[in-house]
Structure formats: C-alpha cells, structure tokens
Design a protein around this ligand. Structure first.
Ligand code: SF4
Ligand code: SF4
Ligand code: SF4
Ligand code: FES
Length: 945
C-alpha cells in the first residue's frame, strides 16, 4: 500500500554516468543514461498507468499496462522496461494506447472483487486509481471476482493480512522480498488465473521464513497485503517524518496518523539510512508507546519496600531535588550522579549531563554506551583520532570485500543487513568472524567466502594473525601507511605482528580457527581493492575490547582501507542514539565532542556558557558508581531511560548497590527492573511524543518529530529542565531547537547543525561546520582527524575467565531480531508471536552428553550466579560454546555474567562467561518471582498529593 504523500516514479534512479535527452509527448527531458522511459515520463510530468512497476524495485514488465508509442519503433513497448535513449520521441497517450490499457485493466478486474467501498485500501489502491483514470467501472470479461480463488485470508502475521482474493499477481511483493529485504520468502506458484503468492513451502506467513519487515506490504498495489492497523483504524489523514527509536541504523519513517492515532509507520523513501526499507521493530512494533503499562503519573516513596504514591510533577521533582541536595550537604558534591540514555534524544542527553555537571556540580555522569561501545570511542580515537565510524551505510555498495566481526546484522541491524546482502548478491565477497554461524554465513544466494568461527575471547589473537599474514606476505599498502600514518608506530607494529607467535599457525590453538582459513581471509581482505569492516558488540564487550578495536583500525590503515567510499571501519551501534549519547558529553571525563574535562580552555568555554565553575577531574563510571554505593560514598542517582538492573552484568552486585542508595530517581516509560529500587519515578515520553534528534551509527543526525502530545504531560527534556530549576540552577528552553543551538555553539563537530538545515537536507552526518557545511559522509579523506594515523600495539592477553572442569562451557550473549535490548518496548508488542522467551542455544553434542532436550529446562551456573531457562539445541554454536539473549527479566541472563571488563573503558565482558549447564526439572525461584510480578508490578497507588 503506497504512502500517502509519495510520488512513485515507476522504476529506480539509474546510477549510470552520462545523460540523455528525449522528448515525452513533445516536451524535452534530460535524464541519467539507463533511466527507463517510464521514469523519464514521470520526471517530465506525464502519468503512464502501471501496476507491476514501482520505483523501489527493478522493472519486471509483466502487467503490460504501461505501453507507449515510440517514433520509429514497431509495436507498443512497455515503458518500464524500455531504456530512454537520446533523441527518442515518446507518446504516452493515444486512442490505441487507451484501448490496449482498457483491455488490460478489464482483464484484471474480471478476477477482482469490485467492492472498493468496503476495501481497506479504498482510495489507496493502484488498481482502483488506474481503472478510475481510464473511466472503467466494470469488466467486459466477467463479473468482478467471478474467477476468484475463494481462499481465506492469511491472518497469521499479527501486523498484516494477506488476502489472495485481492491479489493481482503483479509479483511486486515477491520482488520486494528478494531485492529489498533479501529474505526470498515468497514465490508465485501456478499459471494464469490459478497463479498465486505462496510463503516458503505453503506455510502461513508467521511460520514461513518471513521476518515481517513489511517490504511486501509496502510494495503491494492493492489491499492483498494490508496492515492490520490500516484495516482497524481507517485511512491516515497526515504524515509526520520522524526517526526510529530502536537500533543504530536510524531508519526514517513517515508516521501516518489520523484521529485514532498512528495508523502505520511508512518507511521513508527519502530516508538516507534506509531508502524506504524497515524492519519488523520500527515498521510495526510501536504499540508499546500507548501500552497500558505506561506509567503516566509521577510517583514517590520513602523506602523501596513502600508502595508508590502518585503525586504532582512539582512534588516528585521537588522530592528528587531536595534529596539530592540533602545527600550532597551531608556527603559532598560527588555523592550523587546521573546516567544518560542512549534511547533519548541528543538534546535530552545533553541536558542530563549539563544538569549533573552544572547543577549538581560533579562529573559523575555516564551512559549505557559504557556497556556496549565505549571501547569503540577509545580505540578509534587513539588510532584514527575520532570516536566514530568512518563511513556512511551507502558506502557498502562500493565495497568489494565485506568483513563482519562480532556482529549479527540480520538480527541487530536488519535494514543495513539487507543492504549488505544486496551488495553481496552483486558479487562482493564476505568474511565473517564470529563464534556463531550467523544468518549471513549461508543465506539465499549468499555464502561467506570464509567464516572464522573463533572461540569467544580470542579476537585479539585472531586480528594479530590476520595482520601477520598481511605483513609477512607483503600484502600491506606501505605507500598509504607511510604517507598517512605515524611511521615509527607503523614500523613498531609491523615487527610486532610479524613475530612468529602471532602467525595463524601459532594462534590456531588459541582461536580454534584453522591457519589456512586465516591466511585465506587475510589475502581476500588485503586484495580488496575496497575492503570494509563492520563490527559489533562481539568486538567491544571483552576484557580486550579496546585492543581489538585498535587491531581493526591498524589492519585497515596497513592495507589502505580508509579515507574513501567502499572501505572503512564501522561500528554497528546497538541502540538508536548510542552515537549521540557519546557525542553529547555523557562520559564522566569528556564534554560534548569528546573533549577532556581537564582541558582548561574547553572547560572555560562551558563555564562561560553555563555560568558556573565546573569540576576538572573525571567523575565515576557506572561500575565505579556501584562500587561507591556499596562503600557508602555514592548515595543518589538520576537515571534517564536505562534499565541497568536488567542490562548490566552480575545482577546481584548491581542490586546490592541499588539497594544501598538513598535516593534513586528513575525517568522511564515503564516500571522496569531498575525502578524496583527507585524512590522517585518520573514518567518519560516515547519518541512519538517529542521533538529532537537522534544520531545513528554513521554519525547521521536525524530529526525526531512530535506525533502526539506527551502522555504524561512533559517530554523528557522538559522534566530535566524542571529538575535543574528545582535544584536552583536556571535552565530555560522553550523548544529542543534551542538546546541544539547551544550544542552547536559549544561543540566544534556540530557548529553547522541547526533544525532549519536538518529540515532542508533531511539529515546531516557530523562533522558539520564551516569546513563541511552539509556534513561529512566519509571521514579521514586525505588526512586522519588526528593528523597521522597511529598504530597501537595489540598484545593478546587471555581473559581471566577460563573454562574449568567445574565451568566447562563458554557462554556468550547477543540479541534476536524480534526483541530489543532489555525488551521493555518489544515485549509490549505483538513481536512476542515470534520470540517470547530467552533460550540457551547449545550444540547437540553438549546437549546430548548432559541429557538436555530441545525445549527442556536447563540450569546455567557461573562463579557469579545461576539461572534457569529453556534450551534450544542448535548447530549455530560450536561444541563448548553456548549462547543466550537478555530480552526477558525472568531469564536472568545477567545473573551469570561476571564483573570482568575492558581494561581501558570498563565495558563488561558479556561475551565470555565460563558456565556449567545441567538439565533441571523446572524453572527457578528468580524466574518464578519475576513472572509472578509481571502485571502486578505497580503497587496500587494512593491519591495524588
Ligand atoms: S500480494 Fe500484492 S504485491 Fe503481491 S502479487 Fe499480489 S497484488 Fe502483487
Ligand atoms: S514481510 Fe518482508 S520478509 Fe516477510 S514476506 Fe514480506 S518482504 Fe518477505
Ligand atoms: S533497522 Fe533499526 S532503525 Fe531501522 S526500522 Fe529496524 S530497528 Fe528501526
Ligand atoms: S508497469 Fe510496465 S509492464 Fe507493468
């Protein structure tokens, strides 16, 4: 079903160089070479009727409706499959063309119910529009729907319905699934009037390989594939362009709304990160925003064992402020702190760190990026000079070799995964470095050239082995490295990686990866010519996370794979605004733009702007806050939009720290696990309820626009402003655009950013300043941000987390497509239909030796703790390695993860925990407790004070 404000040009833009000029109905038009006549005509203002063509898919030429006349050519060619040529004279309308088109449309109508008024697509159906355009109301060939299949609609998918009777078999859905999504879940079966769309092997959509991305729904010209919400809520009346609040891809959407609310989230075809595509989360799983679990009244309580009391905003904010001031008066300014959210906007995040530094007078501020990509910041800044990825997503379309390390894009970054698959289908080669057989390794029309299935915790040994091959086989780009990098560091690094102990043969025993496979991968990467590395939390969440990031940057510098399109080092950021929360000064040692708090000039700038003296010593990181809470020196915490009791490692340790604090203020949508230990609860607002910006994994700043008023009355930024005022620190903003003006004034990489420019350009990749007024898609062109690139030595140091006879398996963690992070949002949507509990993936050999069956309960124990969940027997894992997710609180996955962390940044070592797994008969007490509290979490509240 097409978007309410999109003009479809019929076929995609041509990437070919050069231009051609032709005449459409006597009017000259100049288009890129390779453009279809249909698109050229649309650009010239002519409307050629069409059904099987749409500008997101390659032309197919099946409906024969788009016929045109071309001077000097016989017959009536289809304009969608005919390429525009210089001097061509095209006629799009004539009595003969109209006669032919009427015949085609009447044939379609003969097989179609003509009950348009009762159809959910009424007014948004291309068949209806085409027929109306030709003045056709009925078919000469048969009564409408007389030859219909009479099949029942497939309602298995909770978000959309497939009604075969409304299908005109145009194949747009099949092509969308193949070309756009890359899942290849659909086929057309049968011939003539008997042909129909089938999902996988005649399964329902829910049971098929379909991942519910919605690309088929978006491309369907009729109501054969229709959103359930569209049928229930009626037609949308207007659209607001905004940005997805789930992952770091940062897809742009048009939120189509009417008086009943959001009718659908239509992927924005002009979105620079997604180009009209989306995944099941952003496209469909937005219902959490209006879920009845939302807490809409501020609440307070004296002790965490007391019931909550609903109070006014003033009372709740006043309590938080007076408690923080009381604690500071007794224990000093550094006895309190704050945590910013990677799900909130840049503006909101900036305000929280400003409140902590300026109003509370401490640098005790940190962010949930601490537990995911903090090693990226440190590692890339040390080597390249900037704490961010080097490329735009579109750069991958120029890559010849794509290396995916410790990431699972089809689940974690689905829209970018579709783009990777598109490039791979065009012939790029793929190297996967991951302990699991992720989907990309073998999927439709894709086979990785090499899958290095290493043991968790051995990344650095492997990157050194790859570098060893590059250096010792003469595959390095010495000219690039010597011209662009610090020569001394390059020489030192070369001799280090060339040592025999770093060879693939020597490291094979450590990594478990055959040396010949390492050599093969290194040769493919070095040969490129354009090789791009994409990595995820499987790189960073290790005791040597920062070392591995440096190792990746070293390898890219040594092979000249930086500073142009098609190459680069790109972290795939987990949450929607992880990049932004880091950029905005959320770390305890840095102001916005990654400038150290001890730098007098920088601090002076902020002191002048904020009109208060600022501390010059770094504050506490999240793990240090927990330690300090346990020793009694840290007693008050303001947490915006993070649930670290569920997401952080070693849950019992976190809970002990939370319980020790005197004033915990949680600002969130729901009473999450962390709120169990809170004294003040401030109701947050969803992305649909506020204005601001998010910054995605490619440094792209995109607008978030308000679709509805905040359900609790205040947007998150307004709450922070009122808390600052209650603390006696003046903050006055009437709109988030004013906060962005302050960010731009104080942050060199944001100097050129403002809302007017964002509205005009759609989005901007920072740095955006006088040197790059419209932003910077590719970084490090010509020179690195730090000047000369710096090679860092990456000595492999084995983690202290070792398998033993007591804990003989390695547990590693990750995520699935249908759930997101701690699940607070996705657990409150119909995504539960696909994934309703965390399970432990275990290899059949490990399962059999323990008597474990698929779906049976297993106990998992580590030196930190234990939990119980169901097993999923799977060959995705190598023997000796088990895997789970942490989307559900009752699974208690982080009860077993340890306090080990990255040497440089304290990022937890989630990816390596030595465990034992045994068969058990039933769930444990933790699971039973959390499950029983679900739904009864909120203690009945007293009337407002
Ligand atoms: S379901 Fe829609 S897109 Fe697919 S073949 Fe039928 S009409 Fe075309
Ligand atoms: S929803 Fe996506 S994955 Fe499923 S059939 Fe449609 S295009 Fe394919
Ligand atoms: S890929 Fe990420 S940003 Fe895009 S729709 Fe899915 S969750 Fe949202
Ligand atoms: S639109 Fe050209 S053949 Fe269908």
């Amino acid at each position: 079903m097409y978007s309410i404000d999109h003009r479809d040009l019929g076929t995609p833009a041509s990437p070919a160089p050069g231009q051609v000029t032709l005449e459409i109905d006597g009017n000259p038009v100049t288009v890129p070479a390779g453009t279809s006549v249909m698109r050229a005509a649309a650009l010239a203002g002519a409307r050629i009727p069409k059904l099987c063509a749409t500008d997101t898919l390659n032309a197919f030429g099946s409906c024969r409706l788009c016929l045109v006349e071309i001077e000097g050519r016989r017959g009536y060619p289809a304009s969608c499959t005919t390429e525009a040529a210089a001097g061509m004279q095209v006629r799009t309308d004539s009595p003969q063309l109209e006669k032919l088109r009427r015949g085609v449309v009447e044939l379609y109508l003969s097989d179609h119910p003509l009950d348009c008024a009762a159809c959910p697509a009424d007014g948004h159906c291309e068949l209806q529009s085409v027929a109306a355009g030709l003045g056709i109301r009925e078919s000469r060939y048969a009564a409408g729907g007389a030859t219909q299949r009479g099949s029942s609609p497939d309602t298995s998918n909770p978000y959309f319905v497939f009604d075969p009777d409304l299908c005109i078999v145009c194949s747009r859905c099949v092509r969308a699934c193949n070309e756009v999504q890359g899942t290849h879940a659909l086929t057309i079966e049968g011939r003539g009037f008997g042909s129909q769309v089938a999902a996988s092997q005649h399964e329902s959509f829910l049971e098929s390989e379909c991942v519910s991305c919605g690309a088929c729904v978006e491309s369907c010209p009729t109501a054969a594939l229709t959103e359930t919400s569209r049928a229930a809520m009626g037609a949308p009346a207007r659209a607001v362009t905004t940005t997805c609040a789930y992952c770091g891809v940062g897809c742009s959407f048009k939120a189509e709304i009417n008086d009943a609310g959001v009718v659908r989230m239509a992927p924005n075809r002009d979105g620079a990160a997604n180009h009209g595509h989306a995944c099941v989360k952003g496209r469909f799983a937005y219902g959490y925003a209006t879920h009845p679990d939302r807490v809409l009244k501020p609440m307070i309580r004296e002790r965490i064992t007391d019931p909550w009391r609903e109070v006014s905003w003033d009372a709740a904010i006043g309590r938080a402020a007076s408690e923080f001031r009381r604690i500071q008066a007794a224990c000093g300014p550094d006895s309190v702190g704050g945590i910013t959210s990677s799900r909130c906007t840049n503006e909101e995040t900036f305000l929280v760190q400003k409140l902590v530094r300026a109003a509370l007078g401490t640098n005790n501020v940190d962010t949930c990026a601490r537990v995911c990509h903090s090693p990226t910041g440190y590692g890339l800044k040390s080597t390249l000079g900037e704490s961010a990825g080097t490329q735009a997503f579109d750069s991958v379309m120029k890559a010849d070799v794509i290396v995916v390390i410790g990431a699972n894009p089809t689940d974690g970054h689905p829209v970018f995964a579709s783009q990777i698959k598109r490039r791979l289908r065009q012939g790029a080669r793929l190297i996967v470095i991951d302990p699991r057989v992720i989907d990309l390794v073998h999927c439709a029309h894709i086979d990785a050239a090499a899958h290095l299935q290493l043991l968790p915790g051995t990344n650095v040994a492997l990157i050194n082995a790859l570098a060893h091959v590059v250096v010792t086989e003469g595959l390095a780009d010495d000219a690039f490295a010597e011209a662009r990098c610090d020569i001394e560091s390059y020489r030192r690094w070369k001799s280090f990686v060339a040592e025999t102990r770093n060879s693939p043969e020597a490291t094979e025993a450590i990594t478990g990866v055959p040396a010949r496979l390492v050599r093969k991968a290194a040769r493919i990467y070095a040969a490129g010519p354009n090789s791009a590395i994409y990595y995820g939390l499987g790189v960073t969440e290790h005791s040597q996370g920062t070392t591995m990031v440096m190792g990746i940057a070293n390898l890219a510098m040594a092979t000249g794979n930086l500073g142009r399109e098609g190459v680069g080092v790109s972290p795939l950021r987990g949450q929607n605004n992880v990049q932004g929360s880091c950029d905005m000064g959320s770390f305890p040692h840095e102001f916005s733009g990654y400038r150290h708090v001890s730098d007098d000039a920088v601090r002076g700038l902020f002191e002048d702007a904020w009109k208060v003296p600022l501390a010059n010593e770094p504050g506490l990181r999240i793990p240090n806050m927990f330690e300090a809470a346990l020793d009694g020196s840290f007693r008050g915490l303001y947490v915006q939009g993070e649930d670290f009791v569920q997401s952080d490692p070693d849950t019992r340790h976190v809970v002990a720290a939370m319980t020790a604090m005197e004033c915990v203020v949680v600002q969130d949508l729901f009473l999450n696990e962390t709120a169990r230990y809170a004294h003040v609860f401030l109701p947050g607002s969803s992305f649909l309820e506020k204005d601001g910006t998010f910054t995605n994994a490619e440094r792209r700043i995109s607008r978030v626009r308000k679709v509805m008023e905040p359900l609790a009355g205040l947007a998150d930024w307004e709450i922070t402003v009122r808390l600052a005022q209650a603390l006696g620190y003046p903050m006055h903003y009437s709109h988030p655009s004013e906060i962005m003006q302050e960010i731009a004034r104080l942050t060199p990489t944001f100097h050129g950013v403002d809302y007017e420019k964002l509205d005009r350009l759609g989005s901007i990749q920072w740095p955006c300043n006088d040197a790059a007024p419209e932003g910077t898609p590719t970084m490090h062109i010509g020179t690195f941000v730090r000047g000369k690139g710096r090679f860092c030595l990456t000595e492999y140091v084995a983690t202290s987390e070792r398998v033993t006879s007591r804990y003989p398996l390695i547990l590693t963690t990750g995520r699935v497509l249908f759930q997101y992070n701690v699940g607070a949002q996705t657990r409150r949507t119909a995504n539960l239909a696909w994934h309703h509990e965390d399970r432990l993936d275990i290899h059949p050999d490990d399962a059999e030796s323990r008597g474990i069956e698929d779906g049976g309960w297993v106990g998992i124990s580590s030196r930190t703790g234990d939990t119980v969940m169901r097993a999923a027997v799977s060959r995705r894992m190598a023997p000796g390695v088990v895997y789970t997710t942490f989307h559900f609180p009752e699974s208690g996955a982080n009860l077993v993860t340890t306090e080990n962390s990255d040497w440089a940044t304290n990022c937890p070592e989630y990816k390596v925990t030595a465990v034992q797994v045994v068969k058990v008969g039933q769930p444990d007490a933790w699971r039973a407790r959390v499950a029983s509290e679900r739904g009864a979490r909120r203690t009945p509240a007293a009337p407002s004070a």
